[in-house]
Design a binder for this molecule. Sequence first.
Ligand code: AR6
Length: 204
Amino acid sequence: SVLSPPPPSATPPPTLLGPTTLPAPSPSLNARLSLVQADITTLRVDAIVNAANTSLLGGGGVDGAIHRAAGPQLLADCRRLRGCPTGSAKMTDAYDRLRCDKVIHAVGPIYRRSDREGSERALASAYTRSLELAAEAGCRSMAFSALSTGVYGYPAREAAAVQCAAIRKFLEEGKGEGLEKVVLVNWMAEEVWRSYLAVVPLFF
Ligand code: AR6
């Protein structure tokens, strides 16, 4: 596992995605996954995944940080994409002070307690689409922002479970064979980090 096992009192994640007790993943799958507390704009990976909105024209949070680091060329590229629906993602090059080659702009849902299932479906699909784009582009490493866990209000434990389940499913289905390293990135939000520490070891 990428982390030490959860304490015995850890409850399974409140995910709707299926059985809450998964069989242990293969060691080779575990070796491809890591969880880090870092500013995603500083990472040297093939692609980073931005938590964007449907306009793809920038915003606050991690989106703002990525655009600040990349400079105006990224925004010009994003303009040409003409937006992106919730639950999907689009890819651009990276610029200036970013150390990655590609930026995947993923649009997670604004969390709606009244439509938990719809929120979950959209979040999972934003992750899956990002993985598909990275795999198609031949990326060997990628780093994910914790989509929707900031301004979009997704409860962090649930979001972590949805993220882990989507990534594990994709890799176990053999769709991302070239993806040697998948990094889950947490930054700036201690509560989100603690949730990931509790949930990730239930999946990897
Ligand atoms: N590196 C990694 N993670 C970060 C960084 C960073 N530099 N900065 C913040 N985070 P958010 P959302 C974490 O709000 O909830 C924007 O305005 C943060 O602690 O950036 O999907 C967009 O334009 C949180 O855990 O994204 C959209 O309008 C996580 O990144 C809207 O916010 C995501 O928080 C998207 O909201």
